[in-house]
Design a protein around this ligand. Structure first.
Ligand code: FES
Ligand code: FES
Length: 150
């Protein structure tokens, strides 16, 4: 039995330690906002925060999480930066199919938490691990700038 800090709550899960965190979030805890894309740390769809740092939940064995605080897209509605970014996403009409967007927002929150005024290069670098098949990159950058400049 493992105890995990998920979105501010201590939760106990009875799972193998080598199960990826993404499976625990989606299939055990029902937190389906975090998406499965590639499963090999290449697309960013599964991005969550571990102690505020963006991490790929698809390749992270749950047994390695330890005491670190896991935060998922579900918590962004109460996160100051998450709220502002989601509003900017709406204002810039970023989303197309939407599948990659939870991961995009999680990476954007982690980026702005670390660098509140990123230039284009810093945005591209910070968001480089998140792919979008619908090519919403230009609007994502615009939405991040909207929050950074506010
Ligand atoms: S599903 Fe984790 S990086 Fe693609
Ligand atoms: S909005 Fe469709 S994959 Fe990004």
């Amino acid at each position: 039995m493992l105890t995990l800090s998920i979105n501010g709550a201590d939760l106990q899960v009875d799972v193998p330690e080598d199960m990826p965190l993404l499976w625990v979030l989606r299939d055990v805890l029902g937190l389906t906002g975090t998406k499965y894309g590639c499963g090999i740390a290449q697309c960013g769809a599964c991005t969550v925060h571990l102690d505020g740092v963006a991490a790929r939940a698809c390749v992270l064995p749950v047994g390695s999480v330890g005491q670190r605080k896991v935060v998922t897209i579900e918590a962004m509605k109460e996160h100051p930066l998450g709220q502002r970014l989601q509003q900017a996403w709406l204002e810039d009409e970023v989303v197309q199919c939407g599948y990659c967007q939870p991961g995009q927002i999680m990476s954007a929150v982690a980026l702005l938490a670390q660098n509140p005024a990123p230039d284009d290069q810093a945005i591209d670098l910070g968001m480089a691990g998140n792919l979008c098949r619908c090519c919403t990159y230009t609007r994502i950058r615009s939405a991040i700038k909207r929050v950074a400049q506010a």
